[in-house]
Design a protein around this ligand. Structure first.
Ligand code: HEC
Length: 104
């Protein structure tokens, strides 16, 4: 009884563990691509500056820490039905944090 369940466990780890292990560290290039493709244009329009980066660096920004950032990314994703996968959301959050907010 013990051995088959161990084998099943191991095959599950191999099946599902391998594809996700690449995402243990955020993929910043993927995050940048998502920002450019899905986020930049709307932010450029909404701020009226014609620059989609400025929403992240505006002085009256809503994001003060990493938790705020995560929830804003989640809010934009959910409200706008951008349908990002959780790992894409994590990548774009990591990219914005490193590029603009510089949270530690
Ligand atoms: C259809 C328009 C639209 C799209 C697409 C969009 N956003 Fe936003 N986003 C907004 C608006 C509007 C605000 C300002 C909300 C406010 O001030 O309450 C905002 C604010 C933000 C902020 C907070 C900025 C700050 O420092 O105050 C973050 C972070 C953010 N968006 C992330 C994203 C990410 C990541 C994506 C793409 C995956 C995205 N948004 C796509 C409209 C959009």
């Amino acid at each position: 009884m013990k051995l088959p369940s161990l084998l099943r466990f191991l095959s599950l780890v191999l099946l599902f563990g391998a594809p996700f292990s690449g995402h243990a560290i955020a993929d910043l290039a993927n995050g940048k691509k998502i920002d450019e493709q899905k986020c930049y244009a709307c932010h450029a329009k909404k701020t009226g500056f014609g620059n989609g980066d400025m929403i992240y660096t505006r002085s009256d920004g809503k994001v003060k820490n990493l938790e705020n950032l995560k929830s804003m990314v989640a809010r934009c994703n959910a409200e706008l039905r951008l349908e990002l996968f959780p790992e894409d959301e994590a990548d774009v959050t990591a990219f914005l944090s490193k590029q603009f907010y510089k949270f530690k």
